[in-house]
Design a protein around this ligand. Sequence first.
Ligand SMILES: [Zn+2]
Length: 113
Amino acid sequence: MAFDPRDIYDAAALYDMWLNCQSCPKTFDFEPNRPIGLDYYHDIGQQAKHDGWVVAEQVDVERPDEESYMVLCSHCAAQYGLTAGNARTAAAPAAIEEVCQAMAMAEQGQFAA
Ligand SMILES: [Zn+2]
């Protein structure tokens, strides 16, 4: 399995760099055992999904062009009656594609040197 920009967990991990619960101080504390890159964020996203964190896209009315994610730890998600799911967007958001491409190019640069 590799990074999937349409998987909202992967996208949120990449875009936010880390996952913080929005209704309590909890941070998703998981360090993949691999170099930082797309697969690194993929591991974080999938582990968060596995651990029951809930991630959903939300629209920030003041910044409609930017991606924004609602992130809740498993405890808070349960309080709201939410469960982790296979949230997938039909198409990867443009902002995520851009970060992906930049990251992929940086990775290539690393290995080409
Ligand atoms: Zn929480």
